[in-house]
Ligand binder design. Structure first.
Ligand code: 6CS
Length: 349
């Protein structure tokens, strides 16, 4: 308490100084609400990751994270645009919807490039300089700061007729995310690729406007894709990937402490989501089979996969044509990083 007038000026000046210092520190550390939009529901993989991220942030700071699950703000492309504009701070943006914005991000979609071994995969996303530095720099050109990328499980095809060869896809209108490279992929696989935003897929299958789609098993189960298709085929060609990205100005405006907080929350959520997904493909398939025992599940043999692998070569070429020299560098770095992860994981065995 200030009791003595003579000291008033110094004390007041001191108070003013500390008040402004406080204002600065309060300005940077004051409680903020960060809006985080998903391409999935709250109980699907992106929602589980986001919930972990939110819990970490809220337990370790005064900030709050408000999660907007799929269906509340729009389709994936709308969400990314909202994050670029700064209307929301954080977004799940999957490479399958980012081709027009960042062609290099489609590297995740080239068939048979990502490893199938889950441990190698988890190490790769976490440590790859190509993802976390080179691709991150391309995100910055689009006003986005890459917080994290993570895998969401092996992609399977679900169709109305059996698929064991490229010929079986002839005349099949096959829904893909709105990605030029996925269009090329299913063209090379022998189908008629039909790019659609997620919200239109169920009804299009129901109305037989399309006859197939691809997604990880948890999503096939949770979204009822199994109700409108009769065959599930494991082709081993892809792993669904998403990125968690922040608005660049938002990120640049954070204090060092808050940047660390976000990175720590992302790292904790990453470990959680990798662990959470162990056995998820199998348990999701079990749930489908319980409800629909007549669903036919096929795992392509190496021999059956071979024609799909061959078709993937033209997709590689298309990727390089679309993404240019920078894309070729990303692909080269990507494959080198996968190899490094393979050696790290297998060396540790
Ligand atoms: O196929 C899609 O469009 C959706 N699939 C997943 C696994 N997450 C979000 C995306 O919109």
């Amino acid at each position: 308490m200030i009791k003595s007038k003579p000291f008033m000026r110094t004390v007041t000046a001191g108070l003013a100084l500390s008040a402004s210092a406080l204002a600065i520190s309060v300005g940077t550390a004051s409680a903020a609400e960060w809006k985080y939009a998903l391409e999935e529901a709250i109980d699907e993989v992106q929602g589980v990751y986001a919930t972990q991220f939110k819990e970490y942030i809220e337990a370790n700071s005064d900030h709050t994270v408000s999660i907007f699950p799929f269906g509340t703000l729009g389709e994936s492309a709308d969400l990314t645009e909202l994050a670029q504009m700064g209307a929301i701070q954080i977004v799940d943006a999957s490479p399958g919807f980012m081709g027009a914005l960042i062609p290099e991000a489609e590297v995740f979609l080239i068939p048979y490039v990502l490893p199938e071994d889950q441990e190698v995969l988890a190490d790769f996303y976490d440590t790859s300089p190509t993802i976390n530095e080179d691709l991150a720099a391309l995100y910055e050109e689009q006003q986005l700061h890459m917080i994290e990328m993570f895998p969401e499980g092996e992609v399977v095809m679900t169709t109305k007729e059996p698929v064991t060869s490229r010929e079986d896809l002839n005349e099949v209108k096959f829904r893909v995310m709105t990605s030029p490279l996925l269009v090329q992929t299913y063209d090379a696989f022998g189908a008629t690729p039909t790019p659609l935003p997620w919200g239109e897929v169920y009804s299009s299958l129901q109305l037989n406007m399309i006859q197939g789609q691809e997604n990880p098993m948890f999503f096939v189960e949770s979204t009822g894709m199994w109700e409108v298709t009769d065959y599930i085929t494991f082709t081993g060609h892809s792993t669904f990937t998403t990125s968690v990205a922040g608005n660049l100005n938002w990120w640049n405006g954070l204090s060092d402490e808050d940047k660390q907080l976000v990175n720590d929350a992302a790292a904790a959520a990453y470990d959680y989501i990798i662990e959470y997904q162990q056995g998820l493909t199998e348990s999701s398939l079990d749930k489908i089979l319980e409800q629909k025992p007549e669903m036919t599940v096929t795992r392509l043999t190496d021999e059956q996969r071979q024609p799909f692998r061959e078709a993937a070569q033209s997709v590689r070429q298309t990727f390089i044509e679309r993404a240019g020299e920078s894309g070729a560098d990303i692909l080269e770095g990507f494959e080198a990083d996968i190899e490094a992860s393979r050696e790290r994981v297998n060396g540790a065995m």
